[in-house]
Design a protein around this ligand. Structure first.
Ligand code: SF4
Length: 355
């Protein structure tokens, strides 16, 4: 976004500074009558030192601090937080400047603090097991609205964030440009400097964008929500499969892993009677043995829908054949279910829960 000094001095018309790249801030500096290096200083204050008061940015001239006062830093505000009974998971409800609400989740495990960021308000992909899908698509989040979830959660939780997953509300690859720009800002060595291996973008399988991501050679990790062992089964719960066919998706994944030489994470939400038979396990082993991957099985977290979570015994029956699989398998016994912060539960009951 390019800045113009010609804008009226109405703060509502100014973009928030969180979300602006170093080049944007250099342009802003020049527009405000300062040399471009002031923009780099501003970048350092915002992203590395995480100072959110212009008057505390002590190496900026007072005249520039004054001019900056018409800008806000944060595009989001926290409305509410909710903790799981174990206190290890917190769900945050945030609002955009236009009053739209989104959710982000913080999960703690040993030395790790992982946040799950939203990239859209609602989602158009319409997976039948997902709470967000019920909202429909509302809007893409801006780069600032994506990355400010990181700032707000870190500040409020008093925890250093070690990992970020783009797996909250929305499909990151249907907001590709902003999601990638936010990941780059998280990773920027002169700013937040979060390692690329600690940033995961999770997609429902937008094949064109997987190809683009492969071609652009981004260093971030990629995860795919597969959720089925064959085309028809996946189509039943993920209508996107109609155009993004199972076979074409697998081909795109293979090209990605071959070209990037990176291991991809295959997410598999396990739903009773839908995709949890032994036949599914065996088929998955056959398919995934040809791909450099890790399988992450996520027993379904029940929301207000027709789907059920398999029993613990059923989960173990599904997992058993994987004992000798040639790829790692993990199970996410999803955290935070008591606050509806498990996988696929974001956006559920937002309004009731926080009233
Ligand atoms: S699971 Fe992800 S892609 Fe599917 S509807 Fe929910 S938010 Fe969208």
């Amino acid at each position: 976004m390019k800045f113009s000094i010609m804008r009226s001095l109405d703060t509502k018309q100014y973009p928030s500074l969180i979300g602006q790249s170093v080049e944007d801030l250099e342009s802003l500096s020049i527009a405000l009558g300062q040399p471009s290096f002031r923009g780099r200083q501003l970048f350092d204050w915002i992203y590395r030192k995480k100072v959110d008061d212009f008057t505390k940015m002590t190496d900026l001239p007072k005249s520039l601090q004054e001019k900056l006062k018409v800008y806000s830093l944060h595009p989001l505000k926290i409305l509410n937080t909710n903790s799981s009974s174990s206190k290890k998971t917190q769900k945050y409800l945030l609002t955009t400047k236009k009053g739209m609400t989104i959710e982000s989740v913080l999960m703690r495990k040993k030395n790790r603090a992982t946040i799950c960021l939203s990239t859209q308000v609602g989602c158009a992909v319409d997976c039948s097991f997902c709470a967000t899908a019920k909202m429909g698509f509302v809007k893409n989040l801006s780069v600032g609205e994506i990355i400010d979830q990181y700032f707000q959660l870190e500040r409020l939780s008093d925890t250093k964030i070690t990992n970020v997953v783009f797996m909250g509300m929305g499909e990151p690859f249907l907001n590709y440009k902003n999601s990638i720009a936010a990941a780059k800002l998280l990773n920027h060595e002169k700013g937040i400097n979060l390692g690329a291996r600690r940033i995961t973008i999770s997609t429902a399988g937008i094949i064109g964008k997987i190809k683009k991501f492969t071609k652009e050679k981004h260093p971030f990790r990629l995860a795919i929500s597969l959720n089925g062992s064959n085309h028809d089964q996946r189509l039943k719960i993920m209508p996107i499969t109609k155009n993004q066919t199972f076979q074409n998706l697998l081909e795109a994944i293979k090209v990605y892993t071959n070209q990037s030489r990176k291991r991809i994470t295959i997410e598999y939400v396990l739903i009773e009677g839908i995709n949890n038979s032994k036949k599914d396990s065996l088929k998955l082993i056959e398919i995934l043995s040809q791909i450099k991957c890790k399988l992450n099985v996520i027993p379904y977290n029940e929301i207000d829908s027709v789907y059920k979570r398999p029993s613990e015994e059923g989960i173990h029956v599904f997992l058993n054949p994987f004992k000798n699989a040639p790829f790692p398998v993990t199970v996410r016994w999803s955290k935070g279910q008591d606050i509806d912060a498990g996988c696929g539960q974001l956006a559920t009951n937002i309004n009731e829960q926080y009233r």
